[in-house]
Design a protein around this ligand. Structure first.
Ligand SMILES: Nc1ncnc2c1ncn2[C@@H]1O[C@H](COP(=O)(O)OP(=O)(O)OP(=O)(O)O)[C@@H](O)[C@H]1O
Length: 317
C-alpha cells in the first residue's frame, strides 16, 4: 500500500524569482497597470489594492495569460508570455472560475494533472490533495463542498504539477473566518517550503496575517512596497480629518490652531473640520485644550477613513 505524506513537499527545482520590469497594460483607453516593477522571491507576498487597482491584470500577465503592452515579465530570466516552459513552473488560482460540481476533488485535480501531461497523473493528484489536506473529502462531489473546501480543491489543481510559483487572485473571498485561517496556514506552509507565493487581496488585515512582504497597488500603479510594518506605519502616519462639534466652535478653532498636531482648521455652521498630522497626538490634545478653554466637545468623528482614501494617500505620498 502506498502512503501519502502530508508533509509539505519542497518544490522539485530550486527557488525561482519572478521579475517585472516597467510593466504596463492597457485596454483601449483604460490603463489597467501602469509602469510596475517588482521582484518576487520565495515566501509569501501580498498584493494589496482596492477593487479595480489592476491586481487581476497584473497576475494574469505574471502567469503568461496576458501580454504586457509595455515592459517584461520574466521567470528566472525567461518571459512568461507564450512560454510553455514557464507554464510548467507556475500555477494560477484565478478569482472566479467555474468548477464542474459533479466531479469529486480527486477527479478535478486528476484532470488538471492530465492536462499537464504528467508522467504519473494519479500520484500527482494524490500528492496535491494531501498538500491541501483534503484526503478525507477527495471522493465527494465538489457540489457538496463549502466555499473554503472548493477553494482548496482549486489550489490543489493549480499545484498538481508542483510549480515553484503559485499566484492566487483573492483566495479569501467569501470565506468564513475558520476557512480563512485554514487557507492562511496553507499559504504559510507553501511559502515556508520555498515556493514563491503571491496572493491578491483588498483587505489590509488579510495581508497582514499572511505575508511578510506587501506590494500595494492603487489605480494601476505600485504605491508602496516593503514589509508589513512599514506599510502599516505609512498608513497610520497619514494626515487625518475629524469633524468636531462643541459648545463654542469659534473659540475652539482658535485654540486648536496653536496645537502642534493640527495642520488645518475650517469653521462652518455645522461645526469644525480639523486636519491633524498625528491621529494619537490630536485625540489626546483635544480634551486638554477644550478643558482649558471651558469648552465642551459634543462630537469627534474621524472622517474619510475608507480604505480607498488610505490607498490614495499612499499614491500621493
Ligand atoms: N478586459 C478588459 N477590458 C477593458 N477593461 C478592463 C478589462 N479588464 C480589466 N479592465 C479594467 O482595468 C482596470 C483594472 O482591472 P483589474 O480587474 O485588473 O483590477 P483588480 O484590482 O483585479 O480589481 P478587482 O478586484 O475588482 O477585479 C479596471 O479599471 C478594469 O475596469
Amino acid at each position: 500500500m502506498s502512503t501519502v505524506s502530508t508533509e509539505p513537499a519542497a518544490p522539485a527545482t530550486p527557488a525561482s524569482a519572478l521579475d517585472l520590469a516597467g510593466v504596463s497594460r492597457w485596454y483601449g483607453n483604460v490603463v489597467a497597470v501602469n509602469d510596475v516593477s517588482m521582484r518576487l522571491g520565495p515566501g509569501v507576498t501580498g498584493l494589496l489594492g482596492p477593487n479595480g487597482a489592476g491586481k487581476t491584470t497584473l497576475l494574469h500577465m505574471m502567469a503568461g495569460f496576458l501580454s504586457p503592452s509595455r515592459g517584461t515579465v520574466t521567470l528566472d530570466g525567461a518571459p512568461t508570455w507564450r512560454n510553455p516552459e514557464v507554464y510548467r513552473r507556475l500555477g494560477l488560482v484565478s478569482e472566479r472560475e467555474a468548477v464542474h460540481t459533479f466531479l469529486s476533488a480527486y477527479e478535478f485535480v486528476l484532470a488538471s494533472a492530465k492536462l499537464h501531461r504528467l508522467p504519473d497523473p494519479k500520484e500527482a493528484a494524490r500528492r496535491a490533495i494531501a498538500l491541501v489536506e483534503m484526503e478525507s473529502a477527495q471522493d465527494r462531489r465538489i457540489g457538496t463542498y463549502s466555499k473554503g473546501m472548493r477553494q482548496r480543491a482549486r489550489v490543489a489543481a493549480a499545484l498538481v504539477h508542483d510549480p515553484q510559483v503559485l499566484l492566487l487572485d483573492e483566495p479569501f473571498n467569501g470565506m468564513d473566518p475558520r476557512q480563512r485561517l485554514h487557507m492562511m496556514e496553507l499559504l504559510h506552509r507553501l511559502g515556508d517550503a520555498g515556493r514563491t507565493i503571491l496572493f491578491s487581496s483588498h483587505i489590509l488585515e488579510e495581508v497582514e496575517q499572511v505575508s511578510g512582504t506587501v506590494q500595494v497597488m492603487v489605480a494601476g500603479r505600485l504605491a508602496a512596497s516593503g514589509d508589513f510594518r512599514t506599510i502599516r506605519r505609512l498608513m497610520t502616519n497619514r494626515p487625518h480629518v475629524f469633524a468636531v462639534r462643541s459648545t463654542d466652535d469659534r473659540a475652539l478653532a482658535v485654540a486648536l490652531m496653536a496645537e502642534a498636531s493640527v495642520t488645518g482648521v475650517e469653521l462652518a455652521r455645522t461645526g469644525l473640520t480639523v486636519q491633524a498630522g498625528d491621529y494619537g497626538a490630536f485625540t489626546r490634545a483635544l480634551p486638554r485644550i477644550a478643558l482649558a478653554q471651558g469648552i465642551r466637545v459634543r462630537q469627534l468623528v474621524p472622517e474619510d477613513e475608507s480604505l480607498e482614501s488610505v490607498f490614495s494617500y499612499l499614491v500621493e505620498a
